[in-house]
Design a protein around this ligand. Structure first.
Ligand SMILES: Cc1ncc(C[n+]2csc(CCOP(=O)(O)OP(=O)(O)O)c2C)c(N)n1
Ligand SMILES: [Mg+2]
Length: 662
């Protein structure tokens, strides 16, 4: 006899309680409250095949309320994924176990995205749903026809990013996106009455979503609501009325179950009340069998899909698209053409020029901007807008939603089959930063096209002029920050960003820059992160390191220094992280390990000098801007901050004199 839904759900409850108890850390309340809803979704609706977590046409499931990670670990184990094993679950939250505190996409196939920072899961689900509709438009129902389900808590729906996600999904009419809201009316501080009185459903309806409600503790009723959501052409929010920690007789319904072990006595009482096995981590045979059968539900559909793939005639193309490998065959022809027609150009414009070649050569790219298309130069001529009536389009008008855009791009990148890039002003990486951090943590290949990268943007003034941004982004692990100095470097940096498995930020100028690299190179020089653009003519006394727009200034200063007999190298440093990863020999060739008295190292960047001692040493000269900017035309702002060749030459020679450097 098939076990009841409640018994299936109770297996989730048991594993969640026991794992949190064993770790003496974690969140039992959420998985216990949503166990019935998850049972309905995984045993009746979700299209997946536990034997192949990477099946491209699987439905995507995102646990946005990532603190409830035991919910997804229990589901993956019960339905028969290879990992986590029961042993993994026993080692919940322990060093080296894939059952990390919060779900991490790089630990377990089946965990589609990394969640924990509340709200971002739903926003990434929006991106997944966009990628699905786009690929459906490109490859048809035979190959791409799936849905995106997310489970969100009160926190996910309170976070500001939810507003952006709801707006994007509503406008794009992402009808295949279904969010199940764990409406337990509890957060860490206690009742949601303490902090919320909005009508959450009404807010979603205002964003053109479909909404419905169900008893989240009744799998059949949840299933009914899911059916309703599936039938509606709009994105759906299902309000699942639940009780946090359901089954813990004394603590359920209270914040006490949110984020700590229930305690031995309460677990025993819950076991008795729910009719669970008396021993820890045990799942009755008939229950496990039923769950394992649910894990195979999709096998037939999967097999049929494989047949369709074989017959489609597009198998190779489709699979390579999903794998996401891209070449840089576009680069050399582009550079060859570029070098025949050199003229001053802003690197944001150079980025657009490179994108013309990239978008023609790589159909997986999907561009966009947070309402600064004309400024970020992200839309190339052939790209049509991706809209609800043309999902085949490759350009997204994200609206003024930097955080929503970045999170959606994470979802798109992790869905696979598309390579998202999106723009805003570099200063507004602050608005997107929590999602940029998740791009990095998740190793999502997202390219951030961040223009207006310094005081060089001019009149918009200090609110718009990045100061600390470049260095703070460089401080982020697994994120490559590029600041190219001219059109050639811009193309090189684009090539590197596309071939990376990590996210990249391209910091690009508003103002025109002269061509600095005027001859063909035998390799991508930016790949080294830093390279000698000009070698000293006189005996080398100084090495100037500069990035982006300041390389031009460094070269002009170097020419003056040479005239004074001071041999000067100029090193262009488009990517500090790449330079750091070079072999020692290379790094020492560029920056010889000698004292600043012998060869003075100087850095020039129109931003904070914080951190540049890393390259110029404690006794080097750091030239930059350690205050907020000014509203003025760019040349005046540069003059005001002393970022001109004359001023820099004076600073270098003064510095040498006062330090007794000959
Ligand atoms: C952006 C962010 N802020 C704060 C937290 C810390 N935090 C984790 S869970 C939680 C409460 C969430 O409440 P709810 O979503 O209702 O979850 P429930 O208590 O119902 O499981 C908070 C504040 C977080 N994970 N992410
Ligand atoms: Mg809650």
């Amino acid at each position: 006899m098939q076990p009841t839904d409640r018994r299936l759900a109770n297996a989730i409850r048991a594993l969640a309680m026991d794992a949190v108890e064993a770790a003496n850390s974690g969140h039992p309340g959420m998985p216990m409250g949503m166990a019935d809803a998850a049972t309905a979704l995984f045993t009746r609706h979700l299209k997946f095949d536990a034997a192949d977590p990477k099946w491209p046409d699987r439905d995507r499931f995102i646990l946005s309320a990532g603190h409830g990670s035991m919910l997804i670990y229990a589901l993956l184990y019960l339905t028969g994924y290879e990992r986590p094993t029961l042993e993994d679950i026993k080692r919940f939250r322990q060093l080296g176990s894939p059952t990390a505190g919060h779900p991490e996409n790089f630990e377990l196939p089946g965990v589609e995205v990394t969640t924990g920072p509340l709200g971002q899961g739903v926003a990434m689900a929006v991106g997944m749903a966009i990628a699905e509709r786009h690929l459906n438009a490109v490859y048809g129902d035979e190959l791409v026809d799936h849905r995106t389900f997310a489970v969100a808590g009160d926190g996910c729906l309170m976070e500001g990013i939810n507003h952006e996600a709801v707006g994007l999904a509503g406008n794009l009419k992402l009808g295949r996106l279904i969010v199940l809201w764990d409406d337990n009316r509890i957060t860490i501080d206690g009742s949601t009455d303490l902090s919320r009185n909005e009508d959450v459903l009404e807010r979603h309806r205002a964003g053109q979503w479909h909404t419905c409600e169900c008893d989240g503790l009744d799998a059949a009723d949840v299933s009914r609501a899911i059916q309703e959501a599936l039938a509606d052409p709009r994105p759906s929010l299902i309000r699942c009325k639940t009780i946090i920690g359901f089954g813990a007789p004394n603590k359920q319904g209270t914040a006490a179950t949110h984020g700590s072990a229930l305690g031995k006595d309460e677990v025993e009482a819950a076991r008795a009340g729910l009719g669970l096995e008396p021993t820890e981590f045990s799942v009755p045979d008939d229950v496990l069998t039923a769950w394992r059968a649910a894990g195979k539900r999709g096998a037939v559909e999967h097999a049929l899909w494989k047949e369709r793939l074989e017959e489609s005639g597009r198998k190779v193309e489709f699979l390579s698209r999903i794998q996401g490998k891209v070449g840089d065959a576009w680069l050399q022809p582009y550079l060859t053409k570029l070098l025949t027609d050199l003229k001053p150009v802003a690197t944001r414009k150079a980025s657009e020029m490179a994108l013309e070649a990239i978008n023609a050569a790589i159909p997986a790219t999907i561009g966009g901007s947070a309402d600064l298309t004309g400024s970020n130069n992200t839309k190339t001529r052939a790209l049509e807008p991706l809209t609800h009536d043309n999902y085949a389009g490759r350009y997204i008008y994200y609206g003024i939603r930097e955080f929503g855009m970045a999170a959606a791009m994470n979802g798109m990148a992790l869905h696979g089959g598309v390579i998202p890039y999106g723009g805003t002003f570099l200063v507004f990486t602050d608005y997107a930063r929590p999602a940029i951090r998740l791009s990095a943590l998740q190793r999502a290949r997202v390219v951030y096209v961040m223009t207006h990268d310094s005081i060089g943007l001019g009149e918009d003034g200090p609110t718009h002029q990045p100061i600390e941004h470049l260095q703070s982004l460089r401080a982020m692990p697994q994120l490559e920050v590029y600041r190219p100095a001219d059109a050639v470097e811009t193309a090189e940096c684009w090539a590197l960003a596309l071939q990376s498995e990590e996210p990249s930020v391209l910091a690009l100028t508003r103002q025109n820059l002269p061509p600095l690299r005027t001859e063909a190179a035998s390799e991508n020089l930016s790949a080294r992160g830093a390279y000698r653009l000009k070698s000293s003519e006189n005996k080398r006394k100084t090495i100037i390191l500069a990035t982006g727009s300041e390389v031009e200034i460094a070269l002009a200063a170097a020419a003056q220094l040479e005239r004074q007999g001071i041999g000067t190298d100029v090193v262009s440093m488009p990517c500090t992280q790449r330079f750091d990863a070079q072999p020692r020999d290379y790094r020492e060739d560029i920056l010889p390990d000698v004292s600043n008295r012998e060869i003075l190292r100087v850095s020039i960047e129109a931003g904070t000098t914080f951190g540049w001692e890393r390259y110029v040493g404690l006794h080097g000269l750091k030239i930059g801007i350690d205050r907020f900017g000014v509203s003025a035309p760019a040349p005046d702002a540069y003059k005001y901050f002393g970022l001109t060749p004359d001023k820099i030459v004076t600073r270098i020679t003064d510095f040498m004199r006062t330090r007794g450097i000959q």
